[in-house]
Design a binder for this molecule. Sequence first.
Ligand code: GRF
Length: 219
Amino acid sequence: MVNLGVLVSGSGSNLQAIIDNIEAGRVDARIQVVISNVPGVYALERAKKHGLLHRVILHKGLNREEYDQKVVEALKARDVELVVLAGFMRIITPVLLRAFPMRVMNIHPALLPAFPGTHVWQTQIDYGVKFAGCTVHFVDEGTDTGPIIIQAVVPVYDEDTADTLNARILKQEHKIYSQAIQMYAEGRLEVQGRRVLAKGVPRAVDSFLINPPPTFLGG
Ligand code: GRF
């Protein structure tokens, strides 16, 4: 059983998926605290509905380091072992990372290292990639640069908008974030430099995705 602290800034659909998977017994974890940097966001409602301790920590008057120090204190006070960034729209500092080395996870709506940064759905469409996806990674001191734990791939269609692509990616986010947490809870994740090995997890079947699909090779 791993104690989680979940950091949010928005709707919290990833938080919801993690809550649901914990409640269904699929993820062996306990959410000890949900922290938002923005008051009134729906993620806090979700926490409340499920009886989870939730807090708003405002940044007003604090520099980034001071802010993170307050967050660290709130997490430590609840015996948090793994910090889960779920749509947390703030750059975090080494203050948080040093307090939880290789114990901060993030989810990003692209196949890293391609398309780091924010609002990357339209960027992926405009670039013309045929596949997009999402990545769960450990957080390091760069932006979206930490060791990759798990990725899911989705196709990009000609008629996609940022919203339709976001919805397709989000569906996969809701699966892979919980899986990453469960692999962590089972002690399966071994970080070797940039690589995160998933010990004892069966390897993915060899699969090949082609988009647009083959039209003359017989499928
Ligand atoms: C997701 O797109 C995630 O990839 C990004 O922030 C968004 C969070 O959505 N890091 P939600 O608040 O979990 O619904």
